[in-house]
Design a protein around this ligand. Structure first.
Ligand code: C2E
Ligand code: CA
Ligand code: CA
Ligand code: CA
Length: 279
């Protein structure tokens, strides 16, 4: 038995070393990813439920690593955050998404928004407002076409500065969404302090539509309370007609998910914009 324990221990440390090594390798690869042009952005449509029109695009980061293939942002964003690489990468995403939005604007698609995810680490660092201002100036994008998504967990840190930063961003004319709402432990009365424009209900709630009645009443309550606080509601991860119908009946404002489209390349998105309504 003792022997066994030792072997387990050996296995455990070997496993740990392997993981540490993989992480270090990812860090080194990620360091070069920007200049090697391995990073790119895909866009997922957002649809207004009342009009069935395409009203927005969420910019989502992708990394095509030569040996590993596509690496999920769920895996590499945390590494980027820990190493500080999120700052140059985040600025690049913001710049690229704004430049793309300006292209769409110049082609006559001016009544929709591009939303960009801002990580907690990026948000807490001094100077975000200046970076956003600089990017808008450089790309000549009208601020009302930009929206920033900040997670519920981000706004639960450093409350006072967060309120200030959001206020400054809103004064520039850009919109703010609280992302992944419902995964943290904040309340809507707490959220209200941040004066955000939109609330994105986390996809874990959407997934359980039709499966859990209590989950459904939570969604309804979130929607009606958000409305009474003057916020619009976006449901993410909508995959089925049943989910869509429930959200329509519950007076949800916008939806996003595989039912309409997966995230697509800028070229494919332009084609969607051309058709404008999604069945
Ligand atoms: P998120 O911001 O909550 O993004 C939504 C995720 O749901 C995306 O995953 C999207 O592809 C996926 N999704 C869209 N429709 C559906 C659906 O119908 N069903 C399901 N199951 N999933 C759907 P993705 O692109 O893998 O991104 C995962 C997370 O990585 C994002 O979650 C966000 O937290 C982070 N991320 C992605 N791009 C960026 C970025 O540019 N900057 C930062 N800071 N984080 C990013
Ligand atoms: Ca998001
Ligand atoms: Ca989300
Ligand atoms: Ca609004």
């Amino acid at each position: 038995a003792k022997e066994d324990g030792r072997n387990n221990y050996k296995f455990y440390t070997e496993n740990m070393n392997k993981r540490a090594l993989e992480r270090l390798e990812m860090e080194n690869n990620l360091r070069k990813a920007l200049e090697k042009k391995e990073l790119f952005i895909v866009y997922q449509p957002r649809i207004n439920l009342k009009t069935s029109r395409l009203v927005g695009a969420e910019a989502l980061l992708r990394w095509k690593q030569p040996t590993l293939g596509l690496v999920s942002p769920v895996e590499f964003i945390p590494v980027a955050e820990e190493t500080g690489l999120i700052h140059p990468i985040g600025k690049w995403i913001l710049y690229s998404a704004c430049k793309q939005a300006k292209k769409w604007y110049d082609n006559g698609y001016s009544d929709f928004k591009v939303s960009v995810n801002i990580s907690a680490v990026q948000f807490q660092k001094e100077g975000l407002v200046d970076i956003v201002r600089e990017v808008l100036l450089e790309t000549q994008l009208t601020p009302r076409m930009l929206e920033l998504e900040i997670t519920e967990n981000t706004i639960m840190q450093n409350t006072e500065r967060t309120v200030e930063t959001i206020q400054e961003l809103k004064e520039m004319g850009i919109e703010i969404s609280i992302d992944d709402f419902g995964t943290g432990f904040s309340s809507l009365s707490y959220i209200k302090e941040f004066d955000s424009d939109n609330l994105k209900i986390d996809k874990s709630f959407i997934r359980d539509i039709g499966l859990s009645a209590s989950n459904e009443s939570i969604i309804c309550a979130i929607i009606s309370m958000a409305h009474s606080l003057g916020m619009s509601i976006i449901a993410e991860g909508v995959e089925t007609i049943e989910q869509l119908e429930f959200l329509e009946d519950s007076d949800c404002d916008e939806v996003q998910g595989y039912l309409f489209s997966k995230p697509v390349s800028p070229e494919e998105f332009t084609a969607l914009l051309h058709n404008r309504t999604i069945p």
